[in-house]
Design a protein around this ligand. Structure first.
Ligand code: UDX
Length: 439
């Protein structure tokens, strides 16, 4: 089938490339001429493992095109996916739907045949209904069906998540929208992926409920980690014991410095606003947001305490600044709270991140950026792991010890084994596990 994907950000680009992988003819549309030029040259503006090969393969096969011409691109397609940004609106925490509605009006003007318009962007409950009204108002002459098809892609594993999803959620009204969505995802029948057809509002809410529940699960284990430190328990083992219960599951129970990224912070806030708007307050999600923000500040205290209570004049090496590994995305990363706070208390901060430096440089001023983890440790009084990039797991502890001024590691992602690090002569602080003195 022929698909137009409006928006070539992280969701639009991955979805467009994967629909091409399904064998559909896809054109990805964006207003940003520079970005479209990059994509046409096979260069990818974001770091997402495997995306460059997918874009190149289908671009060369002629199944995946890039254009700034929305009108021409949507004129003769079976489905138009809206995958534009829905950032948190400044000031009030609602999702900003400016780009969604302006895309919808442009699409309405450009349609020439009955088409299904699908929201792939994460949009508040009720947006699909509003889009229905927009298309009925602008194009009473055309049968335009609205569908909601939220994505559940994790940065760093987005292609795998699209190609092998746990489920596909499609909010539809009418047989035509259902047929088009069944055709769009037909290749997934081969792996028997459940496709859940729901009402529009239900599909929209499933997305927010899923992300907010995952954020809740993470925040639960993060708070439990603090209790573990008080009672001498090991949060990793608590999480394992919990996760073996089929009703809980082991994923998203890794305690850390708090969640970040382009979705959890935005989606939890938007769901809270929806609850307020409908006078059905989501008090648990409200608490999750406040606990999570406070946690990033608590991590600063943990680092300062590990440095003897003062970081004034001390050199602190930071390993990893992105909000999670395998991405270059810095949005709402814990490092954006932790690093400036340490600098404000007089610390000199050096940092290394395999992919995040380009993004982070403009967001974290006065940081000395290093080429590798060992350079970060040179003369450092503490080494702080903020992002669990795999390359940090195998660092040569003896080499680190020899180059640091004070052998102290603060591991906010529990990537090291406490006994091993203590034996290597480090004072070691981590999350939800007893601190260990140098062995
Ligand atoms: C998330 C959802 O997983 C995805 O389904 C949705 O489509 C977009 O938002 P993403 O934000 O890319 O994906 O990353 P994810 O892997 O979910 O991690 C989100 C945050 O939670 C990160 O800051 C991560 O460090 C943190 N996290 C995740 C934990 O602290 N502990 C965990 O066990 C898992």
């Amino acid at each position: 089938m022929r698909i137009a994907m409006i928006g070539t950000g992280y969701v639009g680009l991955v979805s467009g490339a994967c629909f091409a992988e399904f064998g559909h003819d896809v054109v990805c549309v964006d207003r940003d001429e520079a970005k479209i030029r990059m994509l046409r040259e096979g260069r990818i503006p974001i770091y997402e493992p495997g995306l460059d090969a997918l874009v190149q393969r289908h671009g060369e096969a002629g199944r995946l095109a890039f254009s700034t011409d929305l009108k021409g691109s949507v004129a003769d397609v079976d489905a138009v996916f809206i995958a534009v940004g829905t950032p948190t609106r400044r000031g009030d925490g609602h999702a900003d739907l400016t780009y969604v509605f302006s895309a919808a009006e442009e699409i309405a003007a450009a349609l020439t045949r009955p088409t299904v318009v699908v929201t792939k962007s994460t949009v508040p409950v009720g947006t699909g209904r509003k889009l229905q009204a927009i298309f009925r108002q602008h194009r009473p002459d055309l049968q335009v069906d609205i569908a909601s098809n939220p994505e559940f892609l994790r940065e760093g594993s987005a292609i795998e998540d699209f190609m092998r999803p746990d489920r596909v959620v499609c909010g539809v009204e009418g047989a035509r929208a259902r047929e088009v969505m069944e055709q769009a995802y037909r290749p997934l029948n081969l792996i028997e992926t459940p496709i859940l057809f729901t009402a529009l509002e239900t599909a929209e809410l499933i997305k927010y409920a899923t992300n907010s529940f995952l954020a809740t699960k993470i925040t639960f284990i993060n708070e439990l980690a603090d209790l573990c430190e008080r009672v001498g328990a090991d949060v990793q083992v608590v999480a394992k014991g919990m996760g073996l219960d089929g009703r809980i599951g082991r994923k998203f129970l890794h305690a850390g410095p708090g969640f970040g990224g382009s979705c959890f912070p935005k989606d939890t806030l938007a769901l809270i606003r929806t609850g307020e708007h409908h006078n059905s307050h989501l008090r648990i999600v409200e608490t999750v947001v406040s606990v999570n923000e406070g946690r990033k500040r608590r991590m600063v205290r943990k680092v300062v305490s590990a440095c003897g209570g003062v970081v004034e004049g001390k050199r602190i090496g930071v390993l990893g600044v992105t909000f999670k590994p395998n991405t270059d995305d810095m949005r709402d990363s814990p490092s954006l709270v932790i690093v400036p706070a340490l600098q404000a208390e007089g610390a000199e901060v050096l940092a290394f991140d395999p992919e995040g430096q380009r993004e982070a440089e403009r967001m974290l001023p006065d940081v000395t950026w290093c080429e590798d983890p060992y350079a970060v440790a040179e003369g450092a009084d503490a080494l702080v792991v903020i992002t669990e990039w795999n390359i940090f797991r195998g660092l040569d502890l003896d080499r680190l010890h020899a180059s640091m001024r004070t052998p102290c590691i603060v591991d906010l992602r529990n990537i090291f084994d406490p006994e091993t690090v203590a034996r290597a002569g480090f004072a070691y602080t981590s999350i939800g596990r007893p601190a260990v003195a140098a062995g």
